[in-house]
Design a protein around this ligand. Structure first.
Ligand SMILES: [Zn+2]
Length: 399
């Protein structure tokens, strides 16, 4: 009987750990970003919606093959002292002069990566290079989304330095996957960004401001759990893996869900705004010219219907959120054949959605980011030893 119970437990737990689930938030942000675009760009992006959503996780997939890729997804601001945002020069050259380029690459480069990809996208618009526009838009979406996640701004990125290991995928994967039905995805429309450097640094700083609550509330919720109820254990490839239980995730979500929903709602606006800025900086090329066939009646009606569902916050109940759908064959893009150059994404199961018991008001954060100077990442010791961070093992299967 015990054996049967263990088997059943494994069957139930393993799907939760399947790789594809962590990409949920990235795909959601990419889809909503297309809806947040102005009409002058939207038809083109909508034509390529499935590709952009699919490729929004390509940057994470590249990490497997390219060790230089990982630092592009985060920046450990707490490495740079008590007033990191005051001390850190915002421009790459100045920051590299102060800390060395090697140090910056070691502790993460996400804000500069965003600016670099934005420049490449601007150039792709100038060249009218559809394949590059799609791929770079997807990458830009990815990096901007990562910058919205508090745990992408700290050395304690998984709670591993404070006895809270496992927080990374809890925050950025498990919480949004279980509670997306409660979120309002009504992101604001894209706007031209006059100073992209200041804008992306503001995103990073706000993420950093959320760190205190991210860690403290985990600790507060833990008081109502025992180790047995807080975690679940699974065994795979001869290893036992510990992760947060559903019950803990839901109790934690009651505390920080507003923050998760808030970041998930802000990211698409930031992404669409950066796409718009690249396009405008390139001289606003006519994107209709890049489509071999003009959008027909059906395609226009489909976009209008999706925008309406988005506006009414019905993407999830109407099963129109692509991140929740099973992997679809990418529709053949009309004028490009970039699909065969795309990395194949692993097939993934759609995450289960918890029933919406209460709507999280995503319009305002339940928790506001703390002033950056007050934020400090707690470094606790376990049995007197500070756990060493293992950069090489850093995994990011979510935002
Ligand atoms: Zn990433």
């Amino acid at each position: 009987m015990k054996k049967l119970f263990i088997t059943l437990t494994l069957v139930l737990v393993l799907p939760v750990l399947s790789n594809g689930w962590g990409f949920f938030a990235h795909k959601t942000i990419a889809q909503v970003a297309v809806y947040a675009l102005p009409g002058s760009m939207q038809a083109f992006y909508f034509r390529h919606l499935n590709e952009i959503v699919k490729m929004s996780i390509a940057a994470d997939e590249r990490r497997e093959a390219d060790p230089a890729e990982a630092p592009r997804h985060f920046i450990d601001m707490d490495h740079f002292g008590d007033d990191p945002f005051g001390d850190m020069p915002k421009a790459w050259d100045d920051a590299a002069a102060r800390y060395t380029a090697d140090t910056l690459r070691k502790y993460g480069t996400v804000p500069w990566t965003v600016l670099e990809v934005k420049e490449k996208l601007t150039e792709a618009f100038r060249q009218r290079d559809t394949t590059a526009i799609i791929a770079l838009s997807a990458d830009l979406c990815h990096y901007i989304s990562d910058a919205h996640v508090p745990l992408h701004t700290t050395m304690n990125y998984d709670g591993q330095l404070s006895g809270q290991a496992g927080m990374h995928s809890l925050w950025e994967s498990k919480l949004p996957e279980r509670h997306i039905a409660k979120y309002k995805l009504d992101s604001k429309p894209a706007k031209y960004i006059k100073d992209p450097q200041a804008a992306i640094w503001a995103v990073v700083q706000e993420s950093y401001g959320f760190l205190g609550a991210t860690f403290d509330l985990e600790e507060a919720v833990t008081r109502n759990f025992t180790p047995e109820t807080k975690y679940t254990f699974s065994h795979r490839y001869g290893k036992t893996r510990r992760s947060y239980s559903d019950a803990f995730a839901d109790a934690y979500h009651d505390k920080v869900g507003g923050m998760v929903a808030y970041r998930l709602k802000q990211a698409p606006t930031a992404v669409a705004s950066m796409w718009l800025t690249a396009w405008q900086d390139a001289g606003k090329p006519d994107l209709n010219v890049l489509m071999s066939r003009k959008p027909g009646k059906e395609e226009k009606a489909k976009l209008a219907a999706e925008l309406k569902l988005w506006d009414k916050n019905e993407l999830v109940p109407q099963n129109m959120l692509l991140a929740l759908q099973k992997e679809k064959v990418v529709e053949k893009a009309d004028e490009i054949n970039s699909a065969d150059q795309m990395p194949a994404a692993p097939a993934e199961a759609a995450p289960a959605i918890a029933p919406a018991s209460a709507v999280v008001p995503a319009s305002e954060p339940v928790i506001t980011p703390a002033a950056p100077e007050k934020v400090k990442t707690k470094v606790k010791t376990e049995a007197g030893n500070v756990k060493q961070k293992a950069k090489a093992k850093k995994t990011d299967d979510g935002w």
